[in-house]
Write a protein that binds this ligand. Structure first.
Ligand code: BO1
Ligand code: ZN
Length: 257
């Protein structure tokens, strides 16, 4: 059968051919140059609700990443977000067997992996609608770092990864919670904030980005487990990150130290 080559089939250098916005003026990810960030006292700790609640999540291999949709009401606000945002899904970007793989970089350093928890402004009913507003979507980005010991909070998730090796495979993860996947609240006070875009086509410039400074620990084996997944074309799903994009005059703000 004939398969149309759409967005993810071509590399990031060619995305703009089908999606003009991928070359526009507030694209993500970016390299965050810490000495150029602006301390902003309005960036107080974020306020979460429903993050502790255990839910049954469907993990899916969509051919270019693995995504878990969030079925219950979990929200984030505060920290100068101008609205309350509800979680829609989370997914990851990674390298090859624990090598460089994050999308954002800090002073040129690329971490092995990055988690994106995608939220939409609570007053919208679909992500498509939220993407029409300049701050309709809020993505929380968390880095990972390689640790000596494995992170037991990720055991259930990594076990489930084995069940979604191929495109369109899915499995239910019983009893997962967002707070278990991220940092403790005390380790989330330091973060960066800027206005950007989706990091994949259609590269829509509707995202208020929050990138946390402290990384989540995972062992080399846990990080490498993501490299066993397969892309749509059955090759190993590795290096699933977009390269950093030009700042084009934007400023990155940082929360109080
Ligand atoms: S990200 O967090 O900036 N990497 C990001 C990138 C793309 C989406 C969400 C978050 N895209 C949305 C699209 C939908 C699509 C869905 C699944 O994700 O807007 O059209 O169906 O990829
Ligand atoms: Zn992402």
């Amino acid at each position: 059968i004939q398969v149309t080559c759409e967005s993810h089939c071509k590399g990031p250098d060619l995305w703009h051919e089908a999606h003009r916005e991928c070359m526009s003026h507030r694209q993500s990810p970016i390299n965050i140059v810490t000495k150029k960030t602006r301390l902003d006292p309005r960036l107080t700790p974020l306020e979460f609700s429903g993050y502790q609640e255990a839910f049954s999540g469907i993990l899916k291999n969509n051919g270019h990443s693995v995504t878990v949709s969030v079925p219950h009401m979990a929200t984030v606000g505060g920290g100068d977000l101008r609205a309350t945002y509800k979680a829609v899904q989370f997914h990851f970007h990674w390298g090859e067997n624990g090598g460089p793989g994050s999308e954002h970089t800090i002073d040129g350093e690329q971490y092995p992996m990055e988690l994106h928890i995608v939220h939409m402004r609570q007053d919208f009913s679909t992500l498509q609608d939220a993407l029409k507003a300049p701050s309709g979507v809020a993505v929380l980005g968390f880095f990972y770092e390689e640790s000596r010991s494995s992170n037991r909070k990720y055991d259930g998730f990594i076990e489930a990864l084995n069940k979604v090796e191929h495109t369109n495979d899915n499995t239910t993860i019983r009893s997962i919670s967002l707070s278990n996947l991220i940092l403790s609240e005390g380790n989330m006070t330091k973060y960066y904030r800027y206005n950007g875009s989706l990091t994949t086509p259609p590269c829509t410039e509707a995202v208020v980005w929050t990138v946390f400074e402290n990384p989540i620990p995972l062992s080399k084996d846990q990080l490498s487990a993501f490299s066993n997944l397969k892309f749509h074309n059955n090759t190993p799903m590795v290096k699933t990150f977009r390269p950093v994009q030009p700042h084009k005059g934007r400023f990155v703000h940082r929360s109080g130290s």
